[in-house]
Design a protein around this ligand. Sequence first.
Ligand SMILES: [Fe+2]
Length: 295
Amino acid sequence: MIRITRIGHVTLSTPDPERQVAHYAGLLGLSIAAREGDTIWMACPDDHRSIALRHGEAAGCTALSLQVPAGTELRDFARQLSRQGVAAEAQSDAAPDTPQRLLLATPDGLRIEVEAERPAGRAAGEGPIIPRKLGHAAFRVTDPERTVAFFTEALGFRVSDWMGDFFAFLRCGPDHHTVNFIRSPAARLHHIAFELRDWDHVKEACDALGAQRIPLIWGPGRHTVGHNLYTYHHDPDGQIVELFAELDRMSDEAGGAWDQRPWHQETPLRPRRWEMDPFLSNAWGIGTPQGFRDA
Ligand SMILES: [Fe+2]
């Protein structure tokens, strides 16, 4: 089976691209990789592309790109999808440095762009934070079970954890999650998340955000599901941005356990469905802010 192995980038529609550039390049420190038409491509050092900003009337996520290993024949992947009843359209030269890609849609209609993995750009922007990479994208979906079935059966993702029956975390590589899906009446982006180096980097990011008078909306804290350190803030369009470090990893997929960490509840720790608990959202006990999950 051909599987998705990496998250590519998210495409964000924005009424004011330059205001978003000021945030993502000037503060977060992504580099500007390309400008073409109404689209600005930006990257963290460990990514080829991390986000694409596209001018549009409303702010939102219009596409998620996912990657298959370099050298994969996209035609073969399209045939595999077709056998599972998933339609995929091939596109040529639709984006800079992207000779081929496949377009498909999730059950809720989110556009997925499948492309081959490409080398990281290794360029850093000028802002003070400079995350390593885009880590994951979290979406509000109307039916998490149906979305999980699509991502596992058609795209080769594995289920890492469930929070109760309303929040699913899926991986396509060693990282605990590259997509996650929370049950909601309306489908749309919940947040995008960038990986920082470590706890000191989280602290430096909080200082940089505070210096720009951008308030944190939650954190710093440590999630129990995935065990990542986190902060959340809004970008200028009101999209939620997470900065995280120390996310669980599964280096040995066949072994089926998370790499051992001192803060784990048990050893070995394996994927599971977590029961609701006051310390589940935040292992340090400060719970989810009012309205955050519905944001
Ligand atoms: Fe997240």
